[in-house]
Write a protein that binds this ligand. Structure first.
Ligand SMILES: *Cc1c(COP(=O)(O)O)cnc(C)c1O
Length: 369
């Protein structure tokens, strides 16, 4: 018998593979349904930015050539928009990969990696791949408990992951709390601020992670084209940080992480303001509708700053997942985060939201008929 424990890098055995939202195509084939609505992975219900699609189509004739590794054009656009120098941003194939690169560059075996519990599952995996020790601090009222997190920092702490707004709860930490946390961060630790959903937040109190980068703090900000811009399938995201931090990340980056299509698509999407406005408007409208319907159904939900809502459906989340699936609706059951009666629902188009509520009403046996 092969001794896998001996063959594998230490810690790899303890990693649970990431379980993604159930793919739409799979459900369609399994159940023979003509229409399946996926509200499980916080994808953009309006599709990709049309300008991005056009740009990517035009680029296809060039794909026999390697992409440009440093993504110069896209980096220029970003640095200009954000008011930072070009060497304070680096791109990769999704912000998940940027988080991994941060882990590759910073985590030594035995380092403690601080994060919330529950939180985005990728952070724990990254810590374990690098032989780090994940340390989890429970959320308080579904919000990062920054006070306790700061208290848990010690000599061994290397990275702190804070997801703001937070997946899966949809909550934010406010500017005052985060300012205080950043000020209290010792020099040997780095805050990784995952702002995948930052584009959806309009709250005055929401702290822009870029401010910390501009102040020269030990902060790396992660952002993505997957959500607001609707480019999840082409994989492009970026990290912002001091020149030193970005140079460190670039050392461990592969040579050509972002495809040609992704680079031109992202540039075009940045210029597609009309699309972004439409996405935000659809999201706000859908959120208000779902809140209202949840209230009618006496479902308690967590107020969300994102394009998804975590709600307590008061039944076993696997059961809810299976029942909705049979009606062609995919949601994310909460048991994976130890929220056994909760589920996370991505806000869809208004048509999808209405179909979801109709199916939900039936599943919960609250059909007025
Ligand atoms: C969706 C999401 C991302 C984005 O990942 P990509 O790799 O850029 O597609 C990052 N962090 C969180 C918390 C997310 O939910």
């Amino acid at each position: 018998m092969r001794d896998m424990k001996r063959l594998l890098r230490k810690g790899v055995e303890n990693i649970h593979p990431y379980i993604p939202g159930k793919p739409l195509e799979e459900v369609q084939a399994e159940l023979g349904l003509s229409e399946v609505i996926k509200m499980a992975s916080n994808e953009n219900p309006l599709g990709p930015s049309p300008k991005a699609v056009a740009a990517m189509e035009r680029e296809l004739k060039n794909i026999h050539r390697y992409p440009e590794g440093p993504c110069t054009v896209l980096r220029n656009h970003l640095s200009e928009r954000l008011g930072i120098r070009e060497n304070m941003v680096t791109l990769s194939n999704g912000s998940d990969n940027c988080a991994l690169l941060v882990g590759n560059a910073f985590i030594n075996e035995g380092d403690e990696i601080l994060m919330a519990y529950p939180t985005f599952l990728v952070y724990e995996t990254i810590a374990r791949i690098m032989g780090g020790r994940p340390v989890s601090i429970k959320l308080r009222d579904h919000i990062h408990d920054l006070h306790n997190m700061l208290g848990a920092i010690n000599e061994k702490t290397k990275l702190v992951f804070v997801c703001n707004p937070h997946n899966p709860t949809g909550t934010i930490v406010g500017r005052r709390e985060l300012d205080e946390f950043v000020k209290g961060l010792p020099e040997h630790a780095v805050l990784v601020l995952d702002e995948a959903y930052g584009d959806f937040v309009s709250a005055e109190d929401y702290p822009d992670g870029l401010d910390y980068v501009k102040q020269g703090r030990n902060v790396v900000v992660l952002r993505t084209f997957s959500k607001l811009y609707g480019l999840a399938g082409i994989r492009v995201g970026y990290a912002l940080g001091s020149e030193e931090f970005i140079a460190a990340i670039n050392r461990v980056r592969e040579p050509f992480p972002v495809s040609r299509a992704a680079q031109v698509g992202a540039v075009a999407a940045l210029g597609d303001e009309e699309f972004r406005d439409r996405v935000v408007q659809n999201n706000e409208e859908g959120k208000a509708y779902l809140y209202e319907e949840f209230e009618k159904l006496k479902i308690s939900y967590i107020s969300s700053y994102t394009n998804f809502i975590l709600a307590d459906f008061a039944i076993d989340s696997r059961e809810l997942f299976e029942s909705l699936l049979r009606q062609g609706i995919i949601i994310r059951p909460g048991y994976v985060w130890n929220y056994p009666t909760f589920a996370r629902v991505t806000i869809g188009t208004m048509d999808q939201n209405r179909k979801f509520i109709k199916a939900l009403t039936k599943v919960l046996g609250k059909d007025p008929a």
